[in-house]
Design a protein around this ligand. Structure first.
Ligand code: ATP
Ligand code: MG
Length: 331
């Protein structure tokens, strides 16, 4: 059982990333062979600062390590260190439908939000993401709900490849958390909490101070009612119930039962306190891990070496199946 997932280094990571993805990565270490990477190559699909990128890659890596990723028990690396990802991207483009790429919600949303250039990289992002997973022949991809369409596309790509060139790739399954697969922005609960979009006040960062977290939850947008129940016309309170359920490991119904009749104010404070407890240990470990850059470099180098060993084997098979020399000239 092989598990693969990647996370972007853009900006600082938020509670949605933590519940939707990072917590599942940590859990995956117990269930199978976890392969996780910081997908820095994906960061270039929107406007970004190349001088800040190396730093934000380390920031993100330190968050994952502080959350409990253990480089001894999983393969943890930086995407741009393993060139097989980019080579496989090009090869997979032969079996990727252009029309599918233009239909991706993320492409539509993010291209609409770009003020200057809408790069071809933004359109191409799902092909790189497919290559990230398929190059490891992973069985499972833990991601948030927003990635469903990309996971379906990567499954189509793998199936089309296998049908056209012979069974070489594993068709992976997405794995979405039962509760908290789509955490919404606290100020704009119709929109997902996001690293690059979203409102600053409505985005709870993993490394936010307790008092900041409390303030963000206390000012969360809710409807005019007072009942703590999930409903389509109550996106704000529904989101808070999901967050409470996810961070306390309970069913949303049990949260509704406990806070029945307690009012929004008290509920918001209780959610904030539960989130502060949930993220506290990560924040406590973060500084020490982030401060030791030579150690982070060492972890990346060792991880990339292990990743390359798997990825290069897949590439050899794929190249051969597609009619390219099995061994490259000069190797
Ligand atoms: P952006 O909005 O710029 O794409 P992001 O917040 O989605 O950034 P990513 O690095 O793209 O960050 O996502 C990392 C993981 O977090 C992915 O598996 C994604 O599905 C998950 N994720 C992102 N936002 C949420 C959210 N609001 N709720 C649950 N999971 C999320
Ligand atoms: Mg994203």
């Amino acid at each position: 059982m092989r598990i693969f997932s990647g996370i972007q280094p853009t900006g600082r990571k938020h509670l949605g990333n933590y519940i939707g993805a990072i917590a599942q990565y940590v859990d995956g270490q117990e269930r199978g062979e976890g392969i996780y990477c910081i997908v820095d190559l994906h960061a270039i699909s929107v406007a970004y600062d190349q001088r800040a990128l190396p730093t934000t890659v380390y920031d993100t890596a330190a968050i994952l390590l502080a959350a409990g990723l253990d480089p001894e028990r999983c393969i943890f690396f930086r995407q741009s260190d393993v060139q097989e990802h980019t080579e496989l991207t090009w090869l997979l483009s032969a079996v990727t439908a252009y029309g599918d790429l233009t239909r991706m919600h993320q492409f539509k949303d993010k291209s609409a939000a770009q003020r200057e250039l809408v790069s071809a990289a933004l359109l191409y992002y799902p092909v790189l993401m497919a290559a990230d997973v398929l190059v490891y022949r992973a069985n499972e991809v833990p991601v948030g709900d927003d990635q469903r369409q990309h996971v379906e596309l990567m499954r189509d790509i793998a199936e089309r490849f296998n049908a056209r060139f012979g069974e070489r790739l594993v068709v992976p399954e997405g794995r979405y958390p039962q509760v908290g697969a789509r955490i919404m922005d606290l100020q704009d609960p119709e929109r997902k909490m996001s690293t690059t979009g979203g409102t600053p006040q409505g985005t709870v960062l993993v490394l936010d101070e307790p008092k900041t977290i409390l303030k963000k939850f206390r000012s969360a947008v809710t409807d005019s009612g007072s009942e703590v129940v999930r409903a389509v016309d109550k996106p704000g309170i529904s989101n808070l119930i999901d967050i409470m359920a996810a961070v306390s490991g309970r069913a949303p119904e049990s949260v509704e039962g406990e806070f029945d009749g307690s009012g929004y104010g008290a509920f918001k404070t209780a959610v904030a306190e539960a989130v502060i407890d949930y993220l506290g240990p990560v924040r406590e470990r973060y500084d020490e891990i982030r401060a030791d850059e030579p150690e982070l470099q060492r972890i990346f180098a060792a991880g990339a070496e292990k990743a390359r060993a798997i990825a290069s084997e897949t590439l050899r098979d794929v190249r051969e199946a597609m009619g390219f020399g099995a061994v490259r000239a000069g190797q």
